[in-house]
Design a protein around this ligand. Structure first.
Ligand SMILES: Cc1cc2nc3c(=O)[nH]c(=O)nc-3n(C[C@H](O)[C@H](O)[C@H](O)COP(=O)(O)O)c2cc1C
Length: 258
């Protein structure tokens, strides 16, 4: 195979080529999660500890899991949404201080998914289409507080997102569209160039949890990797460098054929 950017990416992210990290230089660590700004209303989600949802067992969830692209119009409940968010980015412990290899302390969160060095360098945006009690629109999930912050209550955004995902118009019928954004410096502070690999690995873990948990609550999920990067970044007002859309997925109540 001829040299190409993919081969170069794998080569240049080998340990021997990495730049010295800001962590190693003693630069202060970025916050665990980007603070929310703006006027948007906050919606507290049901406490994950109180949720009483079906459990079909891990093996069943793994065996039954398939990608679903056809959804019924039945809304998800707030409990179900809370559970999906908890299982994909939920914070179990936060701000524990550990001694790092560089000899100074770092803050970290321990979550329901693994992440390289516990960096958890994502923001989760949601387009909510059909969830009981939540108006349609774009929201950000604040993992540290397990709540949603309203970003834009334009209910036509579902169609727009489908269009920007290479005309996958069916996405607009999902109950919820998850969009995971890489917040690069939270990872690169420690891992520099190699951090880009890790964010891709991490995104895979997150989406796999979404698939399995969706299955366990009678929903179907579908990963979305086909999207126009620039168009999706623009929609979320991201610069595409410090922050960019890294992965997405749809979830909805299953239709009989999907
Ligand atoms: C990284 C990745 C990106 C994907 N992107 C899309 C997508 O943009 N649109 C889509 O309909 N399915 C997408 N899928 C779903 C795959 O098409 C699906 O997993 C595959 O066909 C196997 O089917 P199964 O998931 O039902 O086992 C994606 C899956 C992965 C893992």
């Amino acid at each position: 195979m001829k040299n190409n950017i993919g081969i170069e990416f794998i080569e240049r992210t080998k340990y021997r080529h990495l730049s010295e990290s800001d962590q190693a230089k003693g630069v202060e660590q970025p916050p665990l999660e980007q603070p929310y700004t703006g006027e948007g209303k906050h919606i507290d989600l049901p406490d994950p500890k109180t949720l009483d949802l079906p459990d079909i067992g891990l093996r069943n969830a793994i065996e039954r899991r398939r990608s679903h692209r056809t959804f019924s119009r039945q809304p998800l409940t707030m409990d179900e949404l809370s559970y999906l968010l908890w299982c994909t980015q939920g914070v179990q412990r936060s701000a524990s201080k550990t001694q790092s290899a560089g000899g100074f302390e770092t803050l970290r969160t321990i979550r329901t998914v693994p992440s390289a060095g516990a960096r958890h360098a994502f923001l989760t945006y949601l387009f909510i289409n059909h969830v009981d009690g939540i108006p349609s629109g774009l929201y950000r999930f604040v993992a540290l507080e397990h709540k949603l912050v309203e970003v834009d209550l334009d209910d036509a955004l579902g169609k727009e997102i489908g269009r920007r995902c290479l005309d996958q118009t069916w996405m607009a019928n999902a109950g919820v569209i998850f969009i995971w954004v890489a917040d690069v410096y939270r990872m690169a502070w420690r891992y520099v160039e190699r951090g880009y690999r890790y964010m891709l690995y991490d995104a895979g873990h997150v989406c796999q949890n979404l698939y399995l948990v969706a299955e366990s609550i009678g929903c179907g999920a579908c990963a979305i990797g086909a999207y126009d990067d620039d168009a999706m970044n623009e929609l979320l007002n991201l610069d595409g460098v410090e922050q960019f859309v890294v992965y997405a997925a749809t979830v909805g109540k299953k239709a009989s054929t999907s």
